[in-house]
Every structure is written in C-alpha cells, then in structure tokens.
Design a protein around this ligand. Structure first.
Ligand code: ADE
Length: 238
C-alpha cells in the first residue's frame, strides 16, 4: 500500500517529515519544482510531495499543486492521495484556530464563469473525496467540512457569496486543484486541513495566518499521525 501526501508549504510538512524520519529523494521530479520525501510506516510506503519553491518561497496555489499531484500520481502510483495543509475557516460555523478537519467535499470558490449550467458546474469542481473519509473522521472524532479553493489568501465579497451559497467551510489555495487531478486519474483523495485564521474573525488574514502557522502545523502533525495510524492499521484497501 502506498500513501502520498501533497503539501504546499515546508512549514506544513516539516513537523511530519521529522516525526517519521522520511528522507528527501534529491532531484526526483527535476526539472519540476516539486520535491519528494519517502519513508515507511507500519509496512506502508509513505510519500510526501511538496509543491516546491521558487525564488526562496513556497509555491502555494493551484498551478504548483496540479503539477505536483499529476507528477506524483503518474510517477509513484499511490493508492491514496492526502492533501494536508492549513486553511481559513469560519467562526460562525464553529471553527477555531488549530482545529483540524477532514474534508467532506471540495470545490473552487473564485471561478465566476457565465454560460450554461454545464459550464458553471464544471468550473465549480465539486470533486468526490475518498469514500472512507467520513468513517475515518467518525472513528478519530474529527470534524468534517467542505474545502473551497481559490487563488488568493484574502477573501473578496464575491468569494464569500460563493462559499456561503455552496456550504464551504475550509478556505484554502490548493484543495480543488489536487481533487481535479485525482478525479482525472481515479485516485482517491483525503483532505486533512488545520485552521490558521478565521475568515469572519475581523483580523487581517496574513497577519493572523502568520501568527498561528506553527501552532496549526503542530496540530496538523498530531492529526496526521492519528490518520496514518488509522490508515495503516485499520484499512484493508482504498
Ligand atoms: N491557507 C490558510 N489560510 C487561508 C485562507 N484564509 N485562505 C486561503 N488559504 C489559506
């Protein structure tokens, strides 16, 4: 069995990489920016693929996540993709900083495409998540929420309108792009997202995100250890 994490930021993956002692495979995806780490946990191959960096900063966003996911699936043939990282969430929906959620759906919230219903539906995405996501969340006592993805850290009124209209709860910058590729290549996907900022909390988003990043990433490490333990000991197949 092979599990592959797709992670945008070094800060999000580092605590996890250190915990499992997984090793970097230098140049595996060259000349693409994504980076491979590989190890083994409970007899399961564990890959962590980072989007990579450009000019010294992490490549966040849909384009780099698409490249990383496509490359990872085509080269590594994982049985399950896990998109793990940080997100914004909503106090009004009961969210708090450093809470970790399992995704129960995923869509884009900043694609405003006029036209017929089919075009509108396609732009929103609404890709399926791994069928075992709900059972995992119930077993581990974790909250679930719908991931909504856009290309910006801030939230414009039109984004909020779309998020509210479609029941979005976890605002990120990669989830739906990863889900799109997984749908194309029929690879199941599980979302594990930790809250760095509250979109309706009144604080400036980047400041709040930066202030809570290490706390949220530590919570993410703890949650991912439980997720990996569950997947490697209790699941027979995906
Ligand atoms: N990642 C962490 N917080 C985020 C937010 N508010 N929007 C998009 N991506 C995020």
């Amino acid at each position: 069995m092979k599990i592959c994490y797709i992670v945008a930021m070094v800060a999000e993956a580092q605590p996890f990489i250190e915990r499992y002692g997984i090793q970097k495979v230098e140049g595996f995806f060259a000349p693409l920016p994504c980076q491979l780490y590989e190890g083994e946990v409970n007899g399961t191959t564990l890959y962590v693929v980072l989007n990579g960096q450009q000019n010294g900063s992490d490549l966040v966003g849909c384009e780099a996540a698409t490249v990383a996911t496509l490359s990872a699936i085509q080269r590594l043939h994982p049985d399950l993709i896990i998109n793990s990282g940080t997100c914004g969430a909503f106090r009004a929906k009961g969210a708090d900083i450093a809470e970790v959620y399992i995704g129960n759906g995923v869509m884009f919230h900043d694609r405003r495409v006029p036209g017929d219903d089919a075009w509108g539906t396609q732009s929103l995405g609404n890709y399926p998540v791994w069928a075992g996501s709900q059972q995992l969340a119930a077993t581990l006592g974790m909250k679930m929420g719908k991931v909504t993805t856009g290309s910006s850290l801030d939230m414009q009124p039109c984004d909020l309108e779309m998020i509210q209209q479609h029941g979005g709860e976890l605002k990120d910058m990669e989830g739906a792009a990863v889900g799109f590729v997984c749908t194309l290549l029929t690879t199941p996907i599980l979302y594990v997202k930790s809250v760095t900022d509250l979109c309706d909390g009144g604080a400036e988003t980047f400041e709040e995100f930066s202030r809570n990043l290490s706390k949220a990433c530590e919570a993410l490490r703890v949650a991912n250890e439980r997720v990996i333990d569950y997947l490697t000991k209790q699941i027979q197949g995906f």
